[in-house]
Design a protein around this ligand. Sequence first.
Ligand code: ZN
Ligand code: ZN
Length: 248
Amino acid sequence: MPVPAIPDHVRHMLADTYGGTVRNTAYVVGETCDVCFTPVYGYTRCRPCSAHAGQPVADRVGAAVYAVEGEQSHYMMRLYKQPHPDSDSKFVVSLLLWNALSTHEDCLNRLTGRPPRFWATVPSLPAKPAQRQHPLNMIAQAIAPGEQLQLIAQPTVAPRTLNADHYRSEHPVPGEHVLIIDDTWTTGAHAQSAALAVRAAGAEQILVLNIARYIKPSFTATKKFLASHPRRDLDPMQCCWTGGRCPD
Ligand SMILES: [Zn+2]
Ligand SMILES: [Zn+2]
């Protein structure tokens, strides 16, 4: 299925109504991680991304916005998936994903040379018995490109560790391009474990799109970054894949 085009007026509404509560992710050389956009002054990568680098993780990671601990953006990413979410959180998360997938659809295809054949969302870890459908999966079903690939979470895992056995792909995907969608990237262990599982199923290209990159102002680099880059309203045209301009 192709991504339904986001109408201009919906994109404008996202920026006008909710743009003050979220900020775009940014890739700034020497200031943010070149994988996940977390502030890391003086390094090219944050510690988790450096540790993951030796393994066949995702070819590229994108993120639409930062979820800043203690700010509205952080609560939004937690509230939208509650059993009874406030309608604004679920609406904004849906619009952020729709904008990332639609406005930046050509960017994704340009980075990989072809559209994804499959998309998958990252299930909660460990797997829960009789798990309800994850709200992110529900949102993605309406707008994600290609066919859905189910990832099956394992019942017992060590949390926050990178492990290809944490998930299993429902079927092999030899040579395919798979887009993995996740809501919040903290250390990246969940999304990158999902990438390893999809890679083990034979995928050739794997991109991970996060709605939000979680950052903590209690970390010195994050505090410095937030202070030196004053908040601007959300720009839906800023690229979730590059943290800046869309790729040529
Ligand atoms: Zn990183
Ligand atoms: Zn773009």
